[in-house]
Write a protein that binds this ligand. Structure first.
Ligand code: F6P
Length: 319
């Protein structure tokens, strides 16, 4: 292993820059050369690649987004696209690849690895939708963004005595809604994994209002869909004025939290070390303080479910 490549792909996540920085600096420390691949797999196919030095990753640890930019490549989903990508890796003398992204990125990585090109995956997505790792890079920052949004909306909710529905990202996974809703003290958290009953939600809102409660926050996971339809139903059932806020891409940006920067640094180091040891086809992650790795295939096939105990606790605490 003389030269490694690094790319970010799929939705960006705060902390990706810290991961790129760790990969580049650990690799150089271990006497490897590093190529930065821009715009994910699409940039790889097109040869959008340049050498990276220690200074290339200066002043980025605290920045959201990804210095290497990102893309969702449809071309790379085809066998021809994957062959072209491998050809390009050979043209640029790259012996091993580190990809940073979510399950789509890992699916692509496993295809390259199956075709004989060594790849390691680092989980970078705000969704935290991977079961094999406790946390993905970007999740903690996004949870904090959700908590801040809930705080702001709680002010106006209290002033008007309204119901405020906040739709939170996470594709099919309810983690961001659950962790954000619990930390933000939402009255109800609705996630796809645990189902919901709007009569129960409405009853809780009315009981809270009768107790003199002024704010009424419902955190809704993106995977549920139709926030405006749910708002109408809530308004009909409770006779309380209801508003919807879709936080959307606000959750994808911002300075990464210390936790995301530290996780990114540790996972970046581990990914380089695995390639140096001749290991590949693996995804790195964490279980508590322990840094772990599992086959990429396992990382993408094992379904993630938010912890039911946390959901139960949130329901007990939100009154
Ligand atoms: O996977 C990250 C994510 O932000 C999801 O939570 C969301 O469903 C999706 O990406 C949005 O994708 P895009 O930025 O392409 O609209």
């Amino acid at each position: 292993m003389k030269r490694i490549g690094v790319l970010t792909s799929g939705g960006d996540a705060p902390g990706m820059n810290a991961a790129i920085r760790a990969v580049v600096r650990v690799a150089i420390y271990k006497k490897l050369k590093v190529s930065g691949i821009y715009r994910g797999y699409q940039g790889l196919i097109e040869g959008d690649i340049e050498d990276m030095e220690i200074a290339s990753v200066g002043d980025i640890i605290h920045r959201g987004g990804t210095k290497l930019r990102t893309a969702r490549s449809t071309e790379f989903m085809t066998a021809e696209g994957q062959d072209r990508a491998i050809e390009m890796l050979k043209v640029f003398n790259i012996d091993g690849l580190i990809v940073i992204g979510g399950d789509g990125t890992f699916t692509g990585a496993s295809k390259l690895d199956e075709k004989g090109f060594p790849v390691i995956g680092i989980p970078g997505t705000i969704d935290n939708d991977m079961d094999y790792t406790d946390y993905t890079i970007g999740f903690d920052t996004a949870v904090n963004t959700v908590v801040n949004a809930i705080g702001n909306i709680r002010d106006t909710s209290s002033s008007h005595g309204r119901v405020n529905i906040i739709e939170v990202m996470g594709r099919h996974c309810g983690d961001l809604a659950l962790y954000g809703g619990l930390a933000g003290g939402a009255e109800s958290i609705i996630v796809p994994e645990f189902g919901y009953n709007l009569d129960e939600v409405a009853r809780k809102l009315i009981v809270g209002k009768n107790r003199g409660k002024l704010h009424h926050i419902i955190v809704l996971a993106e995977g549920i869909g139709e926030p405006y339809k749910i708002a109408e139903e809530i308004e009909t059932k409770t006779q309380m004025e209801t508003r919807v806020t879709v936080i959307g891409h606000l959750q994808r940006g911002g300075a990464p939290t210390a936790q995301d920067r530290i996780l990114a640094s540790k996972l970046g180091e581990e990914a380089v070390n695995l390639l140096i040891k001749g290991k590949h086809g693996l995804a790195v992650g964490n279980k508590g303080e322990r840094i772990i790795h599992v086959p990429l295939i396992e990382a993408i096939t094992k379904e993630d479910k938010p912890p039911s105990r946390l959901y139960e606790l949130a329901s007990i605490l939100a009154k």
